[in-house]
Design a binder for this molecule. Sequence first.
Ligand code: PLP
Length: 371
Amino acid sequence: MSGIADLVTRGIRPLVAYHVPRPDGIRAKLDANELPYALPPEAAEALGRELAQVALHRYPEADPVELRALCAADLGVAPGQLVFGNGSDELIALLCAAFAEPRPGKTRAGILYPDPTFVVYRLAALGHNLEPIEVTLDDEMQLDFELVDDAIAGRRPNIAFFALPNNPTGTLWAPEKVAELAARHPDTLFVSDEAYIQYGGRTLLPRLPELPNLVVMRTLSKIGMASLRVGFVVASPQIVHELEKLRMPYNLGSLNQRAAVWLLRHHKAWLADRACDLLAERERLAAALRAFPELKVFPSEANLLLVRVGKAGDGQAGRVWKALAARGIMVRNFDRPGPLAGCLRITPGTPAENDLLLAELPAAIATSASR
Ligand SMILES: Cc1ncc(COP(=O)(O)O)c(C=O)c1O
């Protein structure tokens, strides 16, 4: 390699950019762990009038004070305990940037996370030239906390990320065990990523006062506001202090801030009801999918279902994915060598979208098997 290629951060050289397939004619969008219900038209119009008042020629509030007050009150924490990010993706990167100092005698800081999990932990670690430390889940996508304990004791990562519940598996590993580990390893930062808390998690927020090395991360993305890119962490004053130094000024756009504040003020109950609707749809869809002998549906506490199609490595999952996409049904294809071989991830949609999936799936499976 020569020229600027040599300057590229080593860890990211072999990566390929995150790609989201968007073919024409999508009829059911079940690939991104969103809440699938659009705002009622009258609410959307009122929001439009609200957003028309935003001064587009001015920079946003550098400190999203109103949003901060609302989110803090909702959780019963002090407003100063929150740091906002352009989605929690940005906060994951911020944590990796702010806590990146190698321990004495090491050349790189370590970032621990279970595998498979949310891909951004790995990307953020590699992007900041940190060392990923992966603890592989068992065949049922459960986490062996003894392995985690050993890895933390042996490798001494700077940060350990836990998605509670996890994406893309949907499994919920005992949050209490994460808190126990945080108490046992006070010089590692533990992140409880509670993106899917609305769908079955158990929060570690009450443990924050006794665990100064714990960070709780939340997002508005999974509860009906994915387009706004608003995430936040709740943490001790010391951690907030360090993160705020690196948070880019104006990282939340004015329209996004205003829309989030308006929705939380006027439509929080409506959004919470839709999340309940989605839970019911998840259970209905999971039961219907379990009736297919070709499918293994993993238990889920999130707004997603991980499904293994056929046998790991037989390629059937990829063929089912293609057949569904050709019918306008987008699910997420995770079929690649490793623990997710043969797996698709299906985000439950509206009742109509789920009915469409269930109607088209038999044909998609039949074509995929006959190759
Ligand atoms: C576990 C987990 N954390 C965080 C996120 C990202 O959330 P945001 O939209 O706030 O960046 C996701 C998105 O899928 C996720 O699965």
